[in-house]
Design a protein around this ligand. Structure first.
Ligand code: COA
Length: 156
């Protein structure tokens, strides 16, 4: 059993999500961007919470996805540094796969920077394949994005 639980993200979680995001990314999202995702009808947003023995509850990871027609797009995923390499991101993705199946999604997509080798390894291990590149996807650096896809089958 994991020592964390998944729950739908709420506006009161945004400070903690922002904190994780700032530690995880060179170019963090703005508070407004996270709040907009929470408001979108096509967005599904989750946090992973730990429950310590002393009763302290903390958010250690989040995943934000959108479902557009029969496609799921992973918008943002990150795990607090002290909780990485414990299968948390894999658990978040597994939850998204179940959600995709419930919504009859046929494929799940994610864009990733070529230099983000840990994320690429995570997605490969979770069953994503390389689909191609989006040229100049990241405007700040002009970097291309790698596009990865996982086809969702009837039986996951
Ligand atoms: C990428 C990230 C989400 C992975 O989260 P995580 O909870 O540590 O991942 P998991 O423990 O589920 O790892 C699953 C697999 O991913 C790969 N992986 C994860 N971290 C890795 C690392 N630092 N180096 C190499 N492979 C790594 C491994 O294949 C791993 O399987 P293994 O444990 O059997 O070796 C996390 O490192 C993170 O938050 N990074 C910063 C934000 C980010 O880059 N998000 C993705 C943007 S596209």
């Amino acid at each position: 059993m994991p020592d964390w639980q998944l729950e739908a993200a709420k506006p009161r979680d945004i400070d903690r999500i922002l904190n994780i995001d700032r530690n995880a990314f060179d170019r963090p999202w703005q508070r407004r961007s996270f709040l907009e995702e929470l408001d979108r009808k096509d967005a599904y947003t989750y946090v992973a919470r730990t429950h310590a023995d002393n009763g302290h509850v903390d958010i250690i990871a989040y995943v934000f996805v959108r479902i557009l027609l029969k496609e799921m797009h992973v918008m943002r995923i990150a795990v607090e540094a002290g909780y990485q390499a414990r299968g948390v991101a894999t658990g978040l993705l597994q939850h998204c796969f179940k959600l995709a199946k419930q919504h009859q999604v046929s494929a799940m997509y994610i864009e990733v920077r070529p230099k983000n080798t840990s994320a690429i390894a995570l997605y490969h291990k979770a069953g994503f394949q390389m689909l191609g590149t989006r040229p100049n996807y990241y405007p700040e650096t002009g970097e291309d994005a790698l596009v990865m896809v996982k086809h969702i089958k009837e039986q996951l």
